[in-house]
Design a protein around this ligand. Structure first.
Ligand code: 0O2
Length: 219
């Protein structure tokens, strides 16, 4: 039987490595964004947030899944202990980032949940990836799972507020409220599409404008 102190040490050691995994992915994404800006004059990532799931939240999730609260169960069944959220400018950027991540030799994509093509019943949209990243320690290498959530800033606005007001509320919410929530998710979708159209039209306008400027006078 473990003492309380032993348990705390075991969990602290267990969680420590997830921080290194997050640092690895965070660096990769930052480099990618800066390189993108340099090569294409466009940065697909607006901002990045990362977090290690709190021990309380890990316990709750294990209990929700009907599992005993142990380090082994957490390692095997909780895939978002290390979580990184990438906010993109446009939906097309989300899939660009996804493609680049999938082509990185040292990352293995274990699972993809596309809640953009198939939004959740409540309207939630986001692209979720579980990736495995190698972390090199002084005496060993460990492969660590990280959940990457990629979404637009508009989707993030919706998800953050929904998380505050509804998510994990375990009683049935009246239908008129869930209907309104879905309506707001539709607005987010509309906003993303409209911004994308605006961007495309503006780019075309800029191109046409410079092509007129480029015409050399005859005399
Ligand atoms: P928290 O408090 O945000 O950490 P799995 O066991 O992996 O198959 P899981 O973990 O439910 O099942 O997978 P999924 O669907 O990929 O969801 C993982 C995370 O996405 C959640 O973590 C939330 O952060 C977010 N998420 C999923 N659905 C919703 C939603 O409807 N609304 C909002 N706002 N966020 C959502 P946690 O641990 O559930 O919660």
């Amino acid at each position: 039987m473990q003492t309380m102190q032993e348990r705390i040490t075991e969990w602290t050691n267990f969680l420590f490595i997830y921080k290194f995994a997050l640092d690895e992915i965070d660096t990769k994404l930052t480099i990618l964004n800066e390189e993108f800006q340099f090569v294409h004059q466009h940065n697909p990532i607006e901002h990045i947030k990362s977090r290690i799931k709190s021990p309380d939240s890990i316990r709750e999730k294990l209990e929700r899944k009907g599992l005993e609260v142990t380090v082994e169960n957490a390692r095997e069944h909780i895939h978002d202990i290390a979580g990184i959220r990438v906010m993109c400018s446009f939906v097309s950027d989300i899939y660009k980032i996804f493609e680049i991540i999938s082509n990185q030799d040292d990352l293995r994509v274990l699972r993809v949940k596309d809640y953009i093509k198939n939004p959740k019943e409540n309207g939630y949209q986001s692209l979720h990836l579980i990736v495995e990243v190698p972390v090199f320690l002084s005496n060993r290498m460990e492969k660590v799972k990280v959940e990457i959530q990629i979404r637009t800033v508009a989707m993030d606005f919706w998800a953050s507020l929904e998380h505050k007001i509804y998510y994990k509320f375990d009683k049935t919410v009246p239908k008129h409220l869930t209907d309104q929530l879905k309506e707001t998710a539709e607005m987010v979708k509309y906003l993303d599409e409209k911004m994308k159209r605006l961007k495309d039209e503006l780019e075309q306008f800029k191109e046409e404008d410079t092509s007129v400027d480029d015409v050399q006078p005859l005399l």
